[in-house]
Write a protein of this length. Structure first.
Length: 215
């Protein structure tokens, strides 16, 4: 089967498990096709990746405005009072099966463009191997993808290196967070196990992005 056929299976499993029509994303040229639940802020998504021939379920948070830049709230709260490793990781059934990814999105109007500086170390990394120093380092890098002149509530203009041309240009950038777990593309049971591994991390992301209660 090709990318489209495998992605169709993944999309069907996702729609059945999450009981939603969802919003499809990806492209043949990128080698990734998938679906999200379409929610603003913290999302569930699933995709088939042709490069390594894997299906992945994800808890996804993009660097978009939504209701006041929820990704900025998560970054700030985790820098000053981190909860991921202190309160949530121990509740994940199989932390060794979950990958934590921070990356830098570069924008051309409303589309992303591939850049060499996309990865924010030490991610991607298995959740069970992530330590406090590494998490703090990734958070600081993620914050640097937001504009300090707007209180870190907006994309930042910076120099990046385009792929594959290696041309250095200025682009607007923003941070992007994802927790992912692989699953067998043709197995509802495997998808459910991946969801079980990620459910607590979705709870974490929703909590850390929630607008502050007004006094």
């Amino acid at each position: 089967m090709g990318l489209e056929e495998r992605a169709d299976i993944v999309i069907g499993l996702f729609r059945n498990l999450f009981a939603c029509e969802g919003r499809q994303f990806g492209s043949r040229s990128l080698g990734v096709l998938g679906i999200s639940d379409g929610c603003e802020g913290v999302q569930w998504n699933a995709a088939y990746h042709e490069r390594d021939q894997t299906a992945r379920l994800g808890v996804n948070l993009e660097g978009l405005k939504y209701d006041g830049w929820p990704i900025a709230r998560l970054i700030e709260r985790e820098i000053f009072h981190p909860l991921l490793l202190t309160e949530y990781r121990d509740r994940v059934p199989r932390p060794q099966m979950v990958t934590v990814r921070w990356w830098r999105d570069a924008w051309q109007v409303s589309s992303r463009v591939p850049i060499k500086e996309s990865r924010l170390p030490p991610t991607p990394i298995a959740l069970d191997r992530l330590d406090g120093e590494g998490w703090a380092h990734a958070l600081r890098q993620a914050r640097e993808c937001l504009d300090p002149e707007r209180g870190y509530r907006g994309r930042r203009r910076t120099k990046v290196t385009l792929r594959p041309s290696s041309r250095i240009v200025e682009k607007w950038v923003s941070p992007h967070l994802q927790f992912t777990a692989r699953f067998a593309e043709d197995s509802t049971r495997s998808l459910r196990r991946a969801k079980d591994d990620l459910e607590v991390l979705r709870e974490f992301a929703v909590r850390q992005t929630r607008p502050a209660m007004r006094q």
